[in-house]
Design a protein around this ligand. Structure first.
Ligand code: PLP
Length: 358
């Protein structure tokens, strides 16, 4: 039976992907050179679609990596000389920080218990931190940080760089890229593609910093360092042979999103999230894990379950609906439901219906 995936990534594929894959095969995308005019126009197309979708200004380059976690390391090597500051409230934000330590940066952190989020007013940025690392959507706990709070954080620390992990929420958050220095995502979450491509958006302040570090004999890495990526990007090329097929697909999916309109996608996401939270708040078998409404993720909904989560998951599976288990220590007592553009209101209704009968 064909399943519908409500998992947080890899996730349900966006419905148009089948057609785009077919076209890519017909056009022999898998064999074209990454130094050809065809590739350059395909990279350019992808960039133009992403600029429109996320309102990314010309000051920011759009680069491709293996996946999002690679970007954690690239940001630390290219944008931090000595010290970074991390807001940690779950496994992904923690790993971002661990990557920084692994490449020998001095890390400051402010931590919250699992299931809690940050408000602007309580964040204390250390004086010597060069970069603030924020996770917009903590996929492990279902906590989101409001974009207004992220923007305030940058405004009050304008001399520091701000990096936003938007891996499991992009294109949902309305980040203001005139403020955000760098952000990144992977395609297997809300863009509804198979895994295999990371997208790194980085502004001129990041490039300046990387140049500074490079000339001050700091190690910024040989692979995918910012000055090299930027230089190649001037001609819509990449330093190494990239995942050409996925860059093509991402451009097409972003175009599909643009045809619908980002405002509509955001509204639909809000609406589907409302349906899910209303259900888990009212049904006796479930309760929302994140207590504060303003911190609840719109793209990854985490519910506590009365029954063992494995029972809930297998019941849903019988109906062809795949939901995720809780993360780490919450594996047996929670379920996680992705709310990405690939699943529509009817599919969310169907899921609610099935979970309601568990
Ligand atoms: C999935 C995820 C990542 C890691 O993405 P990869 O594609 O596995 O590298 C990083 N941050 C968040 C918030 C995620 O959900």
């Amino acid at each position: 039976m064909k399943q519908t995936y409500f998992t947080a990534g890899p996730a349900e594929l966006y419905p148009t992907i089948y057609q785009h894959l077919q076209t890519a095969m017909d056009e022999q995308i898998g064999s074209i050179s990454h130094r050809s005019a065809k590739f350059r126009s395909l990279y350019q197309f992808c960039v133009e679609q992403l600029r429109q979708l996320l309102t990314i200004p010309e000051s920011h380059g759009i680069y491709f990596t293996g996946s999002a976690s690679e970007v954690w390391e690239r940001i630390m090597l290219n944008c931090v000389e000595h010290e970074s500051f991390h807001l940690i409230n779950g496994s992904f934000s923690k790993k971002f920080c661990e990557y920084a330590t692994a490449v020998h940066k001095y890390t400051h952190k402010q931590e919250k218990p699992f299931g809690e989020g940050f408000d602007y007013g309580e964040v204390q940025v250390p004086e010597y931190a060069e970069l603030i690392a924020v996770t917009h959507n903590e996929t492990s706990s279902g906590v989101q940080m409001r974009t207004v709070d992220i923007h305030k954080l940058k405004r009050s620390n304008s001399k520091k760089l701000i990096a936003v992990d938007m891996v499991s929420s992009a294109p949902f958050p309305d980040l203001d890229f005139s403020l955000i220095d760098t952000a990144f995502f992977s395609v297997q979450k809300a863009f509804g593609m198979p895994a295999g491509l990371g997208v790194w958006i980085a502004g001129d302040k990041c490039l300046e910093k990387a140049e500074l570090l490079k000339h001050g004999d700091q190690h910024i890495g040989a692979h995918h360092n910012l000055p090299t990526l930027w230089k190649n990007f001037q001609n819509y090329e990449t330093p190494a042979t990239p995942n050409v097929l996925f860059i093509y697909l991402l451009g097409k999916i972003a175009q599909d999103f643009n045809r619908i309109g980002i405002e509509t996608i955001r509204k639909e996401t809000e609406e589907k999230a409302r349906m899910l939270y209303k259900f888990i708040e009212s049904h006796p078998e479930f309760s929302p894990f994140v207590k504060e409404e303003r911190h609840r993720s719109r793209t990854v909904v985490v519910a506590n379950t009365q029954k063992p989560s494995a029972d809930v998951i297998s019941k849903a599976k019988e109906a062809g609906l795949v939901v995720g288990s809780g993360y780490g220590q919450f594996k047996e007592t929670q379920i996680r439901i992705a709310n990405f553009p690939a699943t529509n209101t009817e599919q969310i209704s169907q899921l609610i219906d099935v979970l309601g009968r568990v």
